[in-house]
Design a binder for this molecule. Structure first.
Ligand SMILES: NC(=O)c1ccc[n+]([C@@H]2O[C@H](COP(=O)([O-])OP(=O)(O)OC[C@H]3O[C@@H](n4cnc5c(N)ncnc54)[C@H](OP(=O)(O)O)[C@@H]3O)[C@@H](O)[C@H]2O)c1
Length: 323
């Protein structure tokens, strides 16, 4: 089958280890099933894997990809759940200390087929486009849990999203706007800031710019570059939900004094449960949300999509169609 996989890793030149070529078809085994993918999407996670973060070199070659939607062996249209619990785990799979994401231990979704534990899917709403369904498994699921499970913000509250253009960031803006939150965003780039307004942000600010008032919660995926601004932007008792650290995980100032003095909550958030993925798919369908897609290209051209993400050019999701 055709697949985009990591053949080697380089911290400074992640594209050097990416191969788009043939890999063996996965074979169904007891308790696992093969999904024929129709579309898949890119996450920053895939770039981290090529940089050698989170994917040990002894597991290469590894098919990349956590996002995907396709058809199962019974002909059902499904969205793949990328969180793979260990054998016998019960309950919230994100709390399983031995859980992995697709492409960390088991081959991922940037391929014509993917092998997953049977039932590790949710139904794709019939009216939902494949390109939309393929966006939901990772960045959108992460955004859903950050906002609706972990932020504690009620409709009418104000939420700041750091870094407007990313997959998680655009999902946060669209989901929050649809749910009745006042969504503010920052961006390093004026044009991406303008686009954030078009997809539902009430206001946008330059990276690090002082806000006109303090917010109830900050959604943080940028990390070191925006951490101080996140702490300073919160009202007393406010919440930072953090699910990523694209610019690094060691900020120059940890801001510990401000965190305890303002009684802030710092909540880590990772992916979401299969139940939350099902709720997300229904919410997106019911509210007619169309995830912002940066670009759609055939899987054969996956290298172009990776290059856009490495260069920091994306606004929304990069989607690959699978023939
Ligand atoms: N914990 C989880 O379950 C989970 C799930 C999904 C993603 N993540 C993590 O979340 C992060 C974002 O993922 P993604 O797929 O959305 O990535 P992406 O599409 O590449 O987005 C990167 C984002 O970071 C901003 N950014 C990057 N470098 C920056 C810098 N130096 N200063 C300010 N802003 C910067 C960009 O904003 P502008 O260009 O608009 O400024 C953009 O919003 C990644 O680190 C990823 O690993 C974690």
């Amino acid at each position: 089958m055709l697949a985009a996989y990591a053949a080697s890793q380089s911290a400074s030149d992640p594209l050097s280890g990416l191969v788009v070529g043939e890999r063996p078809d996965p074979e169904a085994r007891p308790g696992w099933e093969v999904v024929d993918l129709r579309a898949a999407a890119l996450n920053h996670h895939d770039v981290w894997s090529l940089r050698g973060v989170g994917l040990p070199a002894d597991r290469l070659p590894m098919v990349l990809g956590c996002d995907g939607a396709g058809v199962d062996a019974d002909g059902n249209e499904v969205i793949v759940h990328a969180v793979i619990p260990s054998d016998g785990w019960r309950g919230d799979e994100t709390l399983d200390p031995r859980r992995t994401l697709l492409s960390e231990l088991h081959d991922g979704t940037l391929a014509q087929k993917v092998l997953i534990p049977a039932g590790n899917v949710v139904p794709k709403p019939a009216s939902m486009a494949w390109e939309t369904a393929a966006c939901l498994s990772t960045a959108w699921l992460t955004a859903y849990r950050m906002l609706f499970t972990n932020s504690g913000v009620q409709p009418g509250g104000t939420v700041l999203v750091q870094g407007a253009g990313g997959g998680v960031a655009t999902a946060l803006i669209q989901l929050g706007a649809a749910a009745g939150y006042r969504m503010w965003a920052t961006s390093r780039d004026e044009a991406r800031g303008k686009r954030a307004l078009e997809i539902g942000a009430d206001r946008v600010f330059g990276s690090g710019e002082r806000l006109p008032e303090r917010v109830d919660a900050v959604m943080e995926t940028v990390g070191a570059a925006t951490w101080s601004h996140s702490v300073n932007s919160l009202r007393p008792g406010g919440t930072i939900v953090i699910s990523g650290a694209t610019s690094g995980d060691a900020p120059a100032k940890a801001e510990l004094t401000k965190i305890f003095f303002k009684q802030l909550r710092v909540v880590g958030s990772t992916m979401g449960s299969r139940e939350e993925l099902g709720q997300l798919a229904r919410f997106v369908e019911q509210r007619g949300i169309e995830p912002v897609v940066d670009s759609v290209m055939p899987l054969e051209q996956a290298r172009d999509g990776f290059a856009r993400m490495v260069d920091g050019d994306v606004f929304g999701k990069v989607v690959f169609t699978v023939g």
